[in-house]
Design a protein around this ligand. Sequence first.
Ligand code: UDP
Length: 371
Amino acid sequence: MKIKNLIVGAWPSWIILAQRLAEKGEEVLIVEKRNHIWWNCYDYYDENGILIHKYWPHIFHTDLEDVWKYVNRFSEFSNFQHKVLWLVDGNLVPVPFNLNSIYQSFSPELAEKLEETLLKYYEYNSKVSITELREKASKENNKELSFLADYIFEKIFKNYTIKQWGITAEEINTDVLKRVPVVISRDNRYFPHNKFQWMPEKWYTKMFEKMLDNKNIKVLLNTDYKDIISEIEYEKLYFTWPIDEYFDFKYGKLEYRKTLYKLEEYNKQSFQENIVINYPNDYDYTRITEFKKFYPNSPTFDIEKTVICKEIPWIWEIEAYPVETKENLEILEKYKKDAEKLKNVFFLWRLANYKYFDMDKTIKNVLDFKI
Ligand code: UDP
């Protein structure tokens, strides 16, 4: 069989690439091992009509105008401002930690003092990483600021990071902790900085199916590329699999954070009081998502059934998050050098780039890819 573009893995990036190539008039064959498209982002309606994100919850948020414009070609979206709560010492408080969290965690007198202190050092609406806040507290030698920085670090970041990554918050790339800053305002949203925060009006899989709806695109599901690659003559190969796997791990295996996404169904209308609750200190899971709460206007919202997802790190092999330590990045450089020598094989996305990308950065990555 002869084909111009062979894509291994119906991952989000490659679906978008296929859409762009097909629109240009080029033929594309996508070979996918699983029985569905779009890999870990796959969503579907269960028998009760509840929309489930099969592997883990995906929330679309971005500031990138071109990405936002692109996805709008394939789906309608409904406004969705994501909010998360933390369970700390039996108390549910808003994440990211903000002025509301302070008032819910301490006595009014202490909370007032802490708010005043923060506003002495930072402007209202600033976002500060916990690393920066701790450094500031130690530099300024301020008792209140140190108390607050230590409290947030100890109660929220320290154990969660060890639970999730297996390394300490001091060892991890500081960019990871910056994702959840301390917010000096009363904004309870999880992504306070992002201009566009939406969920697809129908479901993500539908949006990706629409991208694939072109006569130039063929998709083979339930097919391992290794079983058919010798029969295919291609001009270009687009590879989704981890870059180290492509090179048979010759420089060593790149490490990923592995997580079990455990779905549980309950015969009740509601399981928890918020769509996502984080558990920084207790239990073996880091967070619980209750899917139906993404769509409060859905006709199934009030039924006596609900499905949750528990995220339990280190159990199962969904290789989702690259662990960007110095050692791993050194191994990555070696693979990247070898990859540059290949004329007709291309790597994209998280596993190929070994980068902790959000969905919008993934899309940007492929929109910027020259075809
Ligand atoms: N984090 C934490 N406590 C929390 C939430 C996040 O310590 O309650 C830290 C943790 O190290 C995590 C990082 O902040 O890996 C980024 O969190 P985010 O929610 O962005 O992770 P993701 O949604 O990508 O799994």
